[in-house]
Design a protein around this ligand. Structure first.
Ligand code: LLP
Length: 390
């Protein structure tokens, strides 16, 4: 039978050794994606700040550090982890959403660059901002194709400062003596076309003349991942050519900041789970796994597609199943999915789960989180084991 390999390791050996469910990450895939992005942006002055929220495993953050990336953080604990791992304060950006004022003060005290997504904090912080360099995350009200649940730059999104508030921010910049050095936009996650990302980039450029001290534009992420066979990744060459041409016409030197999460780690991760039961419903045949939305919430939360393979029976006859979890919830991981015949005890590989898989996992129903395994140079090791405290 054909063997399902992850980073040169037979996946069934991993479940034999570590049990299931497990998240397995292949470092080679992360490196490949990182260098792909670097190459595409090679003609543009840029810095990659990996979005920690996608997968915050210290081993993955260390890999990003070794590759030369900085980090994009959204909470004090993400900042603490970054500092603990030896990232310099200048390698860290803090882009919180509706943070507590003390969280902002924590970042300020540590000298971490904050990208403000709300203008309401400036008055309250007042003199604490004197001489501080900040970024502004704007909301230009752009509409994009794709999953609206993860679109974040339209008028009804909570993210970013509406354009009509920017003149007031400008006044506060003078009043309190802070310096806006970065304009930031994150259009959404999994954006379908580079043209949509380009629209967002243009909206940053439009604001440039109003802010004299700006020396960098943070274009967030949104770089799409191929979850489904019919998905297209963003045309990086077209996107970077667009950015490069626009920057050349500016007559001012501007650095680009990127904050990829998914693009770097999604494909590197696989959730391996065992089949508890094959259950016949009225109309459907269910594959009941020893995982669920507690470990991978994306299908239920975003109607996200994750490709699934029965790695215990790779040559089996195809049948149609609904793949479900074991939570006391309708936690469907895949509907009407063609899989090689599935039997109790088989191991299924749920692909592209390196981003927002484990990081969004919970202890719901008092079930343990999956162990996490890192595969590196055809060797593997356990990197986390997070059990319910009874
Ligand atoms: N920068 C900012 C400011 C962000 O809010 C995000 C994601 C990123 C960068 C990274 O975006 P990425 O490259 O991963 O698309 N949990 C959802 C995605 C929500 C992401 C939230 N912010 C999912 O599983 O699809």
């Amino acid at each position: 039978m054909e063997k399902y390999m992850i980073g040169g390791v037979h996946a069934l050996e991993l479940t034999e050794k570590y049990g299931s469910p497990i998240y397995v990450y292949d470092t080679e895939t992360i490196k490949r994606k990182f260098f792909l992005l670097k190459k595409a942006f090679s003609k543009i002055p840029h810095r990659i700040h990996y979005a920690v929220k996608a997968n915050e495993a210290p081993e993955i953050l260390m890999l990003m550090k070794d590759l030369g990336a900085g980090l994009d953080t959204v909470s004090p604990n993400e900042i603490r982890r970054a500092l603990k791992l030896g990232f310099k304060v200048t390698d860290i950006i803090f882009t919180p959403s509706c943070p507590a004022i003390n969280e902002i003060k924590f970042a300020l005290e540590n000298g971490i660059r904050i990208h403000f997504g709300e203008s309401e904090y400036f008055e309250e912080l007042g003199d604490l901002l004197k001489g501080v360099e900040v970024g502004l995350r704007i909301n230009p009200d752009v509409h994009i194709e794709g999953n609206q649940k993860i679109a974040t730059a339209h008028a009804d999104s909570k993210f970013g400062i509406p354009l009509n508030q920017l003149p007031a921010v400008k006044q506060m910049e003078e009043k309190f003596g802070f310096k806006v050095v970065t304009l930031h936009i994150h259009t959404g996650s999994d954006v379908k076309t580079w043209q949509d990302l380009a629209k967002s980039f243009d909206s940053l450029l439009l604001q440039l003349p109003a802010f004299n001290n700006v020396n960098s534009l943070d274009i967030g992420s949104g770089l799409k991942v191929k979850y489904n066979a019919t998905d297209h990744e963003i045309d990086l060459d077209a996107y970077t050519k667009y950015i490069k041409d626009k920057l050349e016409n500016l007559g001012k030197s501007i650095n680009i900041i990127l904050e990829p999460g998914k693009f770097l780690v999604a494909e590197a991760g696989t959730l391996l789970a065992s089949v508890n039961v094959i259950k016949q419903g009225y109309n459907k045949r269910f594959v009941g796994l020893n995982t669920g939305s507690n470990h991978l919430i994306r299908p239920m939360y975003y109607e996200a597609y994750h490709h699934i393979i029965n790695i215990s029976n790779m040559d089996g006859k195809m049948h149609i199943y609904d793949v479900v979890g074991q939570l006391c919830e309708e936690d469907t991981l895949a509907s009407e999915r063609a899989l090689c015949e599935v039997r109790a005890g088989d191991i299924l590989a749920i692909q592209n789960t390196g981003a927002y898989g484990y990081s969004m996992a919970s202890f719901y129903n008092l079930r343990d989180k999956p162990r996490q395994i890192l595969v590196e140079n055809s060797a593997h090791r356990l990197i986390s084991e997070d059990m319910v405290v009874i």
